[in-house]
Structure formats: structure tokens, C-alpha cells
Design a protein around this ligand. Structure first.
Ligand code: HEC
Ligand code: HEC
Ligand code: HEC
Ligand code: HEC
Ligand code: HEC
Ligand code: HEC
Ligand code: HEC
Length: 420
């Protein structure tokens, strides 16, 4: 009898303790804050909620170009210089000056021949992690515009935004621009044609839920069931077909796509066939028509490596959760995983291979100038954006030296600019 009483008291204490813990954690612990909703009704909860259970992935993800490809402008992500003399670009009739006041950044246009000045426009959103460039977006109440000046890190200078004429314009930013650089945006016009957005429902960066689908249900389930170690309400990417795995990356890495067939620019979810949402612009075109900028999918799938390897996809060489740019050893090892077997070995002269420090990609995936994307550096000089081609193949020496040439061209330009 005594034993039973003691047990009941113990149970009562345990129940109170559990109840108290729940109150302390609060209902919001089980129900994370919803940051935005997908058009299918599923909710986004943001990568901060993934941290508690996937700390390793969360930590390395914060360093990736994906996570940093868009953000609210701040001193931490603004790469360009605001020093006098380095903070202007010159257009036909006007000059644009970059300025900052505390943590606020702006672009201001001044007429060249009069004292006329336009009111400053704030740089509210940064697009681009800053590897190749950064562009800036401005809110006018709820309407989003791209600003005139972009930043070009290779020459450490401000430039006229790619594709802009040499006079002042305002380019509305629609879903078609945002879709590859943010996780989700909520356009007031569902079709995405307008540039008016719900400012509180924009998720910056290419975050976890862009690749793994909106994850509210997964988080709620696992918070309520901490002992269950097998994932629930979560797409299993490793069980998808190769095409569906490729599609997850191709939504942003297959270049411009043809008109939307279903939903809007943000409707597609990983795991679905991408062609049902928009057809590939380049289908059936020759490899020489594929541009290196933004079309890694088209180029890789045209390579012999890909065509003759039934399992190869983007994940063969890239870990989507890690920053791997510049890790030559890692990438060479990936080539060797297939080319060390003795059947298809490199046939270049050993001395030449050694001269390139045995770096496979320097010769077989050379940095290549884009035909569609270039930067205007001055009145007469434009420089194309250089992107690593994913058409793995055998190239001439000329191409192998492209990295060097582009640097030399830039140095020459900067030298000229300094001496003027
Ligand atoms: C309360 C804990 C918890 C939270 C929060 C959580 N997860 Fe999970 N997740 C798990 C568990 C448990 C598994 C299964 C074991 C494993 O793979 O780590 C899992 C597995 C996964 C998997 C692998 C699925 C598979 O089977 O292939 C993905 C992807 C995933 N989670 C994504 C996310 C994302 C994205 C977030 C944030 C939006 C998130 N998780 C938040 C607990 C959590
Ligand atoms: C660019 C797309 C992308 C982003 C962003 C991304 N993932 Fe993944 N993730 C993948 C792919 C692809 C796989 C499958 C890898 C495989 O098949 O080996 C994966 C696998 C996983 C897995 C299961 C396998 C493992 O490595 O443990 C978990 C858990 C996971 N992701 C969580 C996250 C979390 C949490 C975030 C954000 C902090 C995130 N992912 C961001 C693409 C992405
Ligand atoms: C929502 C669009 C989107 C998706 C989905 C996406 N990417 Fe990206 N990816 C980008 C953008 C934009 C950049 C350029 C980021 C920057 O530097 O600002 C990028 C950059 C990269 C880079 C260069 C990283 C670096 O360090 O500079 C790699 C590699 C890459 N993506 C691989 C992948 C793979 C693999 C997948 C699929 C698992 C994928 N991406 C899915 C948009 C996307
Ligand atoms: C179809 C997908 C897609 C669209 C749409 C797109 N981008 Fe990109 N963007 C990319 C990818 C992928 C890269 C990464 C490098 C590459 O492949 O050239 C990139 C790179 C960039 C970079 C350089 C980032 C860095 O630091 O290296 C900037 C800046 C940029 N884009 C701005 C924009 C702006 C502004 C728009 C809208 C007018 C836009 N992009 C539309 C996919 C896209
Ligand atoms: C998943 C396995 C795999 C990986 C990883 C791989 N390859 Fe290949 N590669 C192949 C196969 C298979 C062929 C076709 C061989 C044949 O002709 O029979 C090939 C062919 C080639 C060719 C000849 C192309 C031509 O057009 O004649 C080159 C060059 C090459 N690979 C270089 C590389 C480099 C460099 C890397 C690393 C960036 C790499 N490969 C990664 C499987 C792979
Ligand atoms: C055979 C290996 C291999 C495969 C498969 C592969 N990549 Fe890459 N990728 C590379 C290498 C090597 C680089 C250069 C890395 C560096 O600059 O340090 C690269 C760079 C990139 C970049 C940055 C390009 C630049 O110059 O800024 C993007 C984006 C990218 N890959 C996307 C993808 C996507 C998307 C897929 C799948 C369609 C894919 N990759 C498949 C090897 C591969
Ligand atoms: C100095 C530039 C250079 C470097 C570095 C280099 N290669 Fe090559 N590779 C070549 C050239 C040139 C050929 C064509 C040789 C010929 O056909 O005479 C070639 C041919 C190949 C082939 C095709 C062979 C065949 O029979 O079709 C493969 C596969 C290959 N290389 C893989 C690699 C790998 C893997 C690495 C890194 C370990 C590498 N290469 C490093 C220049 C290079």
C-alpha cells in the first residue's frame, strides 16, 4: 500500500514537472513562427528552426553563396566602397553617387551640368553573395525596383547595372528576377507580373526550405516526438530519380526558362517534374548555344562524363550544404573517383599536367566568358562575366589561359584609370 502511494506521488510530481516544462517552452516551441506560405498552403518556418536538430548543416549552410545570395542591406554584407573618389559612376548626363549614413545605404543621382539632385534612394536589399557582383533593390512603399549602380568586386568598383543603358532608368523587379535569388516572395499579383510585394513575407537567401520544401509539419512533428529518429513529413531526396534530383537544381541553374505553364515562379517544389511548370528554353539547341552563366544543368548534361555515367548529378561533385569554392583538392578527387581506374586516364603530357598543378578543372572545365552577361567598366571597356563551364571536355590551350587573360585585361584597365 505504502509503495503504491509513493509511486502515485512520484507520478504526480513528474506530471507537474512535465507540465511546467511545457509552459516554460511555450506553445510557440511546438508551433514555430510561420514566415510565409506557399501557394499550396504549406508554411515556411525558416532555417533558424532547423538549427536545434541539424546544427552541423545549419552552421555550414550560413557560409554558402546560396544562403548569402540575398539579404536586407547591412554593413556586414555591403562589399562596395563608400569613400569619396571611389563611390561614383558616370552616365551620359548624370552621375550616381553611393553614400551611407550609419547602417543605411543610398544611391543619389546628380545632373552633370547643373546643381540638380534627385532625392537619395535607399539600397534596401542586396542581391549576390559578392563573388562576382552585387545588385541593389529599393522599396517604394510596396513596390520593388533595381537601382542603377551595381558593385563589381573583381575591380573593386561600382558599375552601371548589367544590361542598363547609359542614362537613368528604373527597372521594376518582378518574380522572374527574384525567383533564383530568394527562397520565397509573395507578389500581390499571383501571376508575378507586377512588382508589388508583401514586404513581411519575403524569405531571403536560397534557404533550406527552397530545396527541401516548406517544413512546418516536419518541425512540429519532431518537436512533439523527440524520441522518433526517423524523419517524418519530409521529402526524401535520396530516393528521387536522377532527373528529379537534377530538377531541384535546374529550377535555378538551367538558364532562362520558357513561359510558366502552371502556378507562378515560386510554385515548383523539389520532387516534382520541372517541365510541368516551365519548359527548358534550350531544349534541342546545340551546346554552342548554351551560355555558361546560369546554365550548369544544360552544359553538364551535354558532357560525355554525364551521358556515360548513369548516376552522375550535381551532388556527385557538390555538397549543397557547404561552401566549396576554391577547394581544388576536393574537386580533383571527384574526377579521380571515376578517372583513376586506368580505363579513361588523362592523355595530356605529364609535364603540362604538372604545370597546371595537376588541376583537372583548369584544363577540362575552364573559366569561360559569358556571351549574355557582361559588365561595363568604363566608356569603352566591357568585360564579360567569367563562369566555370560545366561542359567537361577537351579544350585548346587558348581556353586554358582564360583565367589569366581576364585578370590581365582588368589590371590594364585599372592602371589606365589610375593614370588618368
Ligand atoms: C525537433 C527536431 C527537428 C527539427 C526542428 C528539424 N528536423 Fe529535420 N529531421 C529531424 C529528425 C529526427 C530527422 C531524421 C534523422 C536525421 O536524418 O537526422 C530529420 C531529417 C531531416 C531530413 C532528411 C530526410 C530524409 O529522410 O532523407 C531533412 C532533409 C530535414 N530533416 C530537413 C529539415 C529542415 C529543412 C528543417 C528546418 C526547417 C528541419 N529538418 C528541422 C528532426 C528535426
Ligand atoms: C541547394 C539546395 C539545398 C539547400 C539550400 C539545403 N539542402 Fe539539405 N539537402 C539537399 C540535397 C540535394 C540533399 C540530398 C543529398 C544526398 O542525396 O546525398 C540534402 C540532404 C539533407 C539532409 C539529409 C542528409 C544529410 O546530409 O544529413 C538533411 C538533414 C538536410 N539536407 C537538411 C538541410 C538543412 C537543415 C538545410 C538548411 C540549413 C538544408 N538542408 C539546405 C539540398 C539542399
Ligand atoms: C532558388 C534557386 C537555386 C536553387 C534551387 C539552387 N541554386 Fe545554386 N545558386 C543559385 C544562385 C542565385 C547562386 C549564386 C549565389 C551568389 O553567389 O550570389 C548559386 C550558386 C551555386 C553554386 C556556387 C557556389 C559558390 O560558392 O559560389 C553552386 C556550386 C550551386 N549553386 C549548386 C547548386 C546545386 C547543386 C543545387 C541543387 C541541389 C542548387 N545549386 C540549387 C540559385 C539556386
Ligand atoms: C534563372 C535563375 C536566375 C535569375 C532569374 C536571375 N539570376 Fe542572378 N544568378 C543566377 C545564378 C545561377 C548565378 C550564379 C553564377 C552563374 O551561373 O553565373 C547568378 C549570379 C548573380 C549575381 C552575382 C552573384 C555573385 O556574387 O557571384 C548577381 C548580382 C545577380 N545574379 C543578380 C541578379 C538580378 C538582379 C536578377 C534579376 C534581374 C537575377 N540575378 C536573375 C541565377 C539567376
Ligand atoms: C561519375 C563518374 C565521372 C566523374 C565524377 C567524372 N567523369 Fe569524366 N568521364 C566519365 C565517363 C564515363 C567518361 C566517358 C569515357 C569514355 O569515353 O568511355 C568521361 C569522359 C571524360 C573526358 C573525355 C571527354 C570527351 O569529350 O572526350 C574528360 C576530359 C573527362 N571525363 C574529365 C573529367 C574531369 C576533369 C572530371 C572532374 C571535374 C570528371 N571527368 C569527372 C565519368 C566521370
Ligand atoms: C564533375 C563535377 C561537377 C559536377 C557533376 C557539377 N559541378 Fe558545378 N562545379 C564543379 C567545379 C569543379 C566547379 C568550380 C569550383 C571552384 O571554382 O572552386 C563548379 C562550380 C559550380 C558553380 C559556380 C560557377 C562559377 O564559376 O561561379 C555552380 C553555380 C555550379 N557548379 C553548379 C552546378 C550544378 C547546378 C550542377 C548540376 C547540374 C553541377 N554544378 C554539377 C564541378 C562539378
Ligand atoms: C594541362 C592540361 C590538363 C590537365 C591539368 C589535365 N588534363 Fe586531362 N587532358 C588534357 C588534354 C590536352 C587531353 C587530350 C589528350 C589527347 O587526346 O591527346 C586530355 C584528356 C583527358 C581525358 C580523356 C582521355 C580519353 O581517352 O578520352 C580524361 C578522362 C582526362 N583528360 C582526365 C583528366 C583528369 C581526371 C585530370 C586531373 C587529374 C586531368 N585530365 C588533368 C589536358 C589536361
Amino acid at each position: 500500500m505504502k509503495k503504491k502511494q509513493f509511486f502515485l506521488i512520484l507520478l504526480f510530481i513528474a506530471a507537474i514537472a512535465y507540465y511546467w516544462m511545457c509552459i516554460k517552452k511555450g506553445p510557440e516551441y511546438y508551433q514555430p513562427e510561420v514566415l510565409a506560405a506557399h501557394s499550396n498552403g504549406a508554411n515556411f518556418v525558416g532555417s533558424k528552426t532547423c538549427m536545434e536538430c541539424h546544427a552541423d548543416i545549419y552552421d555550414t549552410h550560413l557560409l554558402t553563396a546560396h544562403y548569402n545570395t540575398s539579404a536586407i542591406a547591412s554593413a556586414e554584407n555591403m562589399k562596395g566602397s563608400f569613400e569619396a573618389g571611389l563611390n561614383t559612376i558616370s552616365l551620359r548626363d548624370t552621375e550616381v553617387e553611393m553614400g551611407k549614413e550609419g547602417n543605411a545605404f543610398y544611391q543619389q543621382t546628380k545632373a552633370k551640368n547643373t546643381d540638380e539632385q534627385m532625392p537619395p534612394e535607399t539600397m534596401d536589399i542586396v542581391i549576390g553573395s559578392g563573388v562576382k557582383g552585387q545588385s541593389f533593390l529599393n522599396w517604394k512603399v510596396e513596390k520593388l525596383f533595381q537601382l542603377q549602380a551595381s558593385y563589381y568586386p573583381a575591380a573593386d568598383m561600382w558599375i552601371n547595372s548589367p544590361g542598363y543603358p547609359d542614362y537613368l532608368i528604373q527597372r521594376p523587379v518582378r518574380d522572374g528576377c527574384l525567383k533564383c535569388h530568394v527562397t520565397h516572395a509573395t507578389n500581390r499579383d499571383f501571376s508575378g507580373k507586377g512588382n508589388q510585394y508583401d514586404r513581411n513575407r519575403m524569405l531571403f537567401g536560397v534557404d533550406c526550405e527552397r530545396c527541401h520544401q516548406p517544413s512546418e509539419a516536419h518541425v512540429v512533428f519532431h518537436r512533439n516526438n523527440p524520441t522518433i529518429k526517423e524523419s517524418k513529413f519530409m521529402l526524401k531526396l535520396d530516393t528521387l530519380s536522377r532527373q528529379l534530383r537534377l530538377d531541384a537544381c535546374a529550377q535555378c541553374h538551367s538558364g532562362p526558362r520558357e513561359a510558366i505553364l502552371k502556378g507562378n515562379a515560386f510554385s515548383y517544389l523539389t520532387g516534382e517534374p520541372l517541365d510541368e511548370y516551365s519548359r527548358n528554353f534550350y531544349k534541342g539547341q546545340t551546346t554552342s548555344e548554351l551560355d555558361v552563366h546560369g546554365n550548369q544543368y544544360g552544359l553538364l548534361t551535354s558532357s560525355k562524363c554525364f551521358k556515360l555515367s548513369p548516376k552522375m548529378d550535381c551532388g556527385t561533385c557538390h555538397d549543397p550544404h557547404k561552401k566549396q569554392r576554391g577547394d581544388v583538392t576536393h574537386f580533383n578527387q571527384k574526377c579521380m573517383n571515376c578517372h583513376d581506374s586506368g580505363t579513361v586516364e588523362c592523355e595530356a603530357e605529364t609535364t603540362e599536367i604538372n604545370a597546371m598543378s595537376n588541376n583537372c578543372i583548369a584544363c577540362h572545365m575552364p573559366n569561360t566568358p559569358s556571351k549574355i552577361m557582361s559588365f561595363q567598366l568604363g566608356d569603352s571597356l566591357t568585360t564579360p562575366v567569367y563562369v566555370r563551364t560545366h561542359l567537361i571536355g577537351i579544350y585548346s590551350k587558348e581556353k586554358e589561359n582564360i583565367d589569366k587573360d581576364s585578370v590581365e585585361q582588368l589590371e590594364k584597365y585599372i592602371e589606365e584609370k589610375m593614370s588618368n
